[in-house]
Design a protein around this ligand. Structure first.
Ligand code: GLA
Length: 398
C-alpha cells in the first residue's frame, strides 16, 4: 500500500468508527482508471485499452453484530448515513431509486445487483455496515464511480462468501450504474478497476469480455502519463452520453447489424446513403476508434509506447469533430500539451468535461504542465489540476 492508501484506508476506518460506534473488520479498495484509447466503443461491443490508476476508493466494512438484515452506508462526501433493509433492495432498484441519495445508489446498487447475480436470498446473508473514503478525483472522468462499485463488490463478495469471478463482479458494477444510478454506460470502467495490473493496460474485447494484459513500458521508455483535469464537471446520467449511445444504435440498426463492432471502415460509404450526417459521423468515430485500439495494441507490442502518439492525437480529433464530446477546455489541454512536446494527447473518458491525458517524456513534464496552465489562463479558464498517474493493480482487500 502507498502512503496515500494507508491514509485513505485510515480515514474510512475512522469514519466507520464515528458513524457506527464499532471497529470495521477490514478495508477493501478499488482504483479509478484512465482510458489510454478506445472511447465510446465499449457499449458498441468494441475494443478498449484502459488501465487502473493509483488513486483508490477504500471501504471499511463490518457485518452487523445485531443480526439485523440491513445495510448502512456512510461516506466522507455526505453527513447523512443511509440505511435500507436488504430485502427492500429489490423494490428500491430500479423503480424507487430516486428515494436514495445519489452517492448511496452506487454501493446499495452493487449490493442489490450482487445478490441478484449470485442468486443469493437477502435473508441468507448478514447485515453490513460500510464506510467509504476516496482519493479518486470526482467528475474528472477517472471513474470514481467504478472505484466505489469495485470496492463494494469485492468487500461484499468476500463478506457474504459469494464466489463470482472478476468479470461477473464487473457486470454487477455495470448493472448498478445502469439501473440503480441510471447512467447508460458500458463495462470498461468496472473491468479496468477490477482487473488492473501494475505497469499494464487491459485490452478488452467488450463483446466476449476477453481481457488481455498489455505491458505499457512507460517507465522503461522514459515516459510519464500526465492527467490534465479541466475541472469541467459532467454527468453521464443526463444528456449527451445517452444521445451518443442512441445514435450508435441507430447506425447499427440502419446497417442491420447487432452492434457497431460489426461495421468496418469499408462499410462507411454504404452507411452514408442510409443515415443523416450526424449519425454518420457518430458511427465513423466508433468504427475508426475500434481500429485505433487494435493499432495501438499492435504498436505497443512491436514498437513500444513512444510510437503511439499519432493514434492518441487521431482519437482526440475524432472525438472532437465526429463524436462531438470534447469541450474547449479539453481541446486547449491537448493542444498545449502537444505544443510543449508531448508524444501524444487526447481527452479520456465519456467527455463533456473531465480530463485529458498526455504521454510525455520525463524531462518535458514540467514544460507540459506550465504550457497547459498558461493556455488555460490565456483562455480565461479556471486553472486545471495536473498530476501524473501510474498503471496500478485492481480491486483487492487492503
Ligand atoms: C464512461 C463510461 C464507459 C465508457 C466511457 C467512454 O466512462 O462509464 O463505459 O463508455 O465513458 O469510452
Amino acid at each position: 500500500m502507498t502512503a496515500t492508501d494507508i491514509r485513505t484506508a485510515a480515514i474510512a476506518r475512522a469514519l466507520f468508527a464515528a458513524r457506527f460506534g464499532a471497529d470495521a473488520v477490514g478495508t477493501w479498495s478499488a482504483p479509478g482508471r484512465v482510458n489510454l484509447i478506445g472511447e465510446h466503443t465499449d457499449y458498441n461491443d468494441g475494443f478498449v485499452l484502459p488501465f487502473a490508476i493509483q488513486h483508490r476508493t477504500h471501504v471499511a466494512l463490518a457485518p452487523r453484530a445485531d443480526g439485523v438484515f440491513r445495510v448502512r452506508v456512510a461516506s466522507t462526501f455526505d453527513d447523512a448515513t443511509v440505511e435500507v433493509a436488504l430485502d427492500d433492495l429489490d423494490e428500491i432498484f430500479p423503480a424507487q431509486r430516486d428515494d436514495v441519495p445519489e452517492w448511496a445508489r452506487y454501493p446499495l446498487g452493487v449490493a442489490w445487483a450482487l445478490l441478484a447475480a449470485s442468486g443469493t436470498d437477502p435473508r441468507a446473508v448478514t447485515g453490513v455496515d460500510l464506510a467509504f473514503a476516496s482519493d479518486v478525483p470526482v467528475g474528472a472522468g477517472l471513474s470514481s464511480s467504478a472505484a466505489i462499485e469495485g470496492a463494494t463488490a469485492v468487500a461484499l463478495a468476500d463478506t457474504w462468501g459469494i464466489s463470482l469471478d472478476r468479470v461477473a463482479l464487473a457486470k454487477v458494477g455495470r448493472r448498478a450504474e445502469n439501473e440503480a444510478v441510471g447512467a447508460p454506460t458500458g463495462i470498461m470502467d468496472q473491468m479496468a478497476s477490477l482487473l488492473g495490473r501494475a505497469d499494464a493496460a487491459i485490452f478488452l474485447d467488450c463483446r466476449s469480455l476477453d481481457a488481455q494484459v498489455i505491458d505499457l513500458g512507460f517507465a522503461d521508455a522514459g515516459l510519464e502519463l500526465v492527467v490534465i483535469d479541466t475541472g469541467v464537471k459532467h454527468s453521464h446520467a443526463t444528456g449527451g452520453y445517452g444521445e451518443r449511445r442512441a445514435a450508435c444504435e441507430r447506425g447499427a440498426a440502419a446497417l442491420g447489424v447487432p452492434a457497431l463492432r460489426d461495421v468496418s471502415v469499408d462499410d462507411l460509404p454504404r452507411l452514408a446513403e442510409l443515415v443523416d450526417d450526424v449519425t454518420y459521423r457518430r458511427v465513423r468515430h466508433v468504427v475508426t476508434e475500434n481500429q485505433r485500439v487494435l493499432d495501438t495494441v499492435r504498436t505497443l507490442r512491436e514498437q513500444g509506447p513512444t510510437a503511439i502518439g499519432d493514434l492518441l492525437v487521431a482519437s482526440h480529433a475524432s472525438m472532437r469533430d465526429d463524436f462531438e464530446i470534447s469541450v474547449p477546455e479539453l481541446d486547449t489541454a491537448v493542444e498545449a500539451a502537444l505544443a510543449a512536446g508531448a508524444v501524444g494527447a487526447r481527452m479520456t473518458g465519456g467527455g463533456f468535461g473531465g480530463a485529458a491525458i498526455a504521454l510525455v517524456a520525463h524531462d518535458k513534464v514540467l514544460a507540459v504542465t506550465d504550457a497547459a496552465t498558461a493556455a488555460f489562463a490565456a483562455a480565461g479558464f479556471a486553472a486545471p489540476t495536473i498530476f501524473t498517474v501510474t498503471p496500478s493493480a485492481g480491486a483487492a482487500r487492503d
